[in-house]
Design a binder for this molecule. Structure first.
Ligand code: R5P
Length: 296
């Protein structure tokens, strides 16, 4: 089946699509995209996609609803054009944190997103979805791409006196996998988040981090509150350097200042979201390309 790569509607998606096409030498078809004066999106795929396997890259960046909706429009244009087995790559999957009803009356946002995508795409690749279990709503053909080991290798994060820390129980498996690659110990903190205000507190805990270089691993930095709290605790217990390895750096408001003040030396993120100052980015395109080759 001939493959054709379709970069999505935002800069992040285009950059990752470029990187994938370089790795896999794929033919690229750029969609024609505009916004009508009233705000509606217009999409056209100006290539013959009939009986081809179309690979769409669309990161659900802000405004998330629009990014998501454009992925649906592209999917439908491909269906109309007779493409077979369209694949969607979502470097950043928005709404993944609303994966259950926390307070009565809420939707399961990620479920309805997955169910909608499933109508248009045969296969879905997501870079580090908040919880891998959410892929079940898409059904067969959904794959999570965990980036931390790849990023650590690209960055040369191996060091003799390093330890990995997960800032909450949710990221424990991420920390475990990374620590296996770095051949070091790992630990975790217990975080509580107020369901109404979103404010967080960390349970007090002794940590064996004195004079160690720590890599904090998490899927998302949003306001920076989680990582800043973890970092302050690490500093208190004598951690030497603190590096943060995160898949998705949303970085709202004063996040970067908050993180610097808490004692963090360096923040590394995958290029799944628009770039912000003060962060070192790792291009995730080659890793996605590897997955695409092995699942062909
Ligand atoms: C939540 O469980 C996620 O894994 C992240 O820890 C969270 O989204 C980070 O948010 P913030 O930076 O606002 O603390």
């Amino acid at each position: 089946l001939e493959r054709i790569l379709i970069p999505g509607t935002n800069g992040v998606s285009k950059e990752i699509a470029d990187s994938i096409s370089r790795e896999l030498l794929l033919k690229v078809c750029k969609p024609i995209y505009k916004v009508f004066p009233d705000g509606e999106s217009y999409i056209r795929i100006p290539c013959d996609v009939k009986n081809k396997e179309a690979i769409v890259v669309q990161s659900f960046i802000q405004p998330q609803d629009k990014s998501f909706f454009e992925a649906i429009l592209i999917g439908d244009a491909l269906r109309e054009g007779g493409a077979s087995n369209s694949i969607l790559i979502v470097p950043y999957m928005a709404y993944a944190r609303q994966d259950k009803v926390f307070l009565e009356g809420e939707p399961i946002s990620i479920r309805v997103i997955m169910e909608t995508l499933r109508m248009l795409y045969k296969r879905l690749f997501v870079v580090e979805i908040h919880k891998e279990e959410s892929l079940k709503y898409f059904g067969e053909g959904a794959v999570n791409i965990s980036p931390y080991t790849y990023m650590a290798r690209q960055l040369g994060l191996e060091s003799s006196n390093v330890a990995v820390l997960s800032p909450d129980i949710g990221a424990l498996n991420r920390a475990k996998t990374l620590s296996q690659f770095l051949k070091c110990s790992y630990d975790y903190l217990v975080k509580r988040r107020d369901k109404i205000t979103g404010g967080i507190t960390m349970e007090p805990k002794e940590l064996d981090v004195n004079n160690k270089d720590i890599v904090i691993v998490d899927d998302i930095i949003s306001t920076g509150g989680t990582i800043a709290s973890a970092s302050s605790i690490l500093k208190k217990y004598g951690a030497r350097h603190i590096h943060v390895l995160v898949a998705h750096a949303i970085m709202l408001g004063e996040a970067i200042d908050k993180l610097r003040k808490s004692g963090i030396d360096e923040i590394y993120a995958a290029n799944t979201l628009p770039k912000k100052d003060g962060i070192k980015y790792v291009d995730i395109g080659p890793l996605i390309a590897d997955y695409l080759s092995s699942y062909s």
